[in-house]
Design a protein around this ligand. Structure first.
Ligand code: OGA
Ligand code: MN
Length: 214
């Protein structure tokens, strides 16, 4: 990497660190290039055709029907230590970002869990928090969107609910645009995925510290 590119990248990471510290979330556009996104989409569609995806669950031990009222997406876990070739640039860049955040924000991120997520038309995920009793170690939710030319009419927006000091809340709406990386504090920010009208793909996961309560 040339020195100029390294400095540019550092500036982007610094902005993310400041935003996470100040308001609990950050959006990095262009985290993946169009070409990188297209390669990952090829992997997703090949794995989908092989039947490798499963309906996503919630919490633990909940029954499938209840799940379907709360979320309707399909997932496929990724081994982040041996990801598909198309995902290598993403994981390398994410590791780089994690190193920066650990150095500057003392987040203590040591581990991650990641999956592909696909919402078919009609898919959604109702308002929720990403931390439940078994997952206290989740520090940051990290979602990289893979949807070229997504518009507001396609639905499927991520909506963040941000508590304000006066007790009311503010909402932020984020479109799942190709190459965009969304980071937010898993234990603090409630959020939902609005009904998607088009297939909506992402790599979704969590950056974790070492807390192991169970
Ligand atoms: C999740 C989630 C948000 C998104 O999978 O827990 O909230 O925008 N995803 O895909
Ligand atoms: Mn979530």
């Amino acid at each position: 990497m040339t020195k100029t590119i390294a400095l540019l990248q550092e500036a982007i990471y610094e902005q993310a660190a400041v935003e996470i510290a100040e308001r609990g979330y950050s959006i990095i556009d262009g985290f993946l290039s169009t070409m990188e996104v297209n390669q990952i989409l090829k992997t997703i569609h090949a794995e989908e055709a092989e039947g490798a995806f499963n309906p996503a669950g919630i919490g633990q031990g909940s029954d499938f029907q209840r799940n379907q009222k709360i979320r309707r997406d399909e997932i496929r876990w990724i081994d982040h230590n041996a990801p598909p070739a198309s995902c290598v640039p993403y994981f390398e860049r994410l590791q780089d970002l994690i190193r920066y955040l650990n150095r500057t924000c003392y987040l203590g991120i040591r581990d991650m869990e990641m999956h592909f997520a696909v919402y078919q038309p009609g898919g959604f995920y109702q308002r929720h928090l990403d931390v439940f009793h078994r997952t206290q170690s989740r520090k940051l939710s990290a979602i990289c969107y893979l949807n070229p030319e997504w518009t507001a009419d396609d639905g499927g927006a991520l909506k963040l609910y941000l508590p304000k000091e006066d007790g009311t809340e503010e909402t932020v709406t984020v479109l799942p645009e190709a190459g965009r990386l969304m980071l937010f504090e898993s234990h603090a920010i409630e959020h939902e995925v609005e009904v998607a009208h088009r297939e909506r793909c992402s790599i979704t996961g969590w950056l974790k510290d070492e807390t192991q309560l169970f």
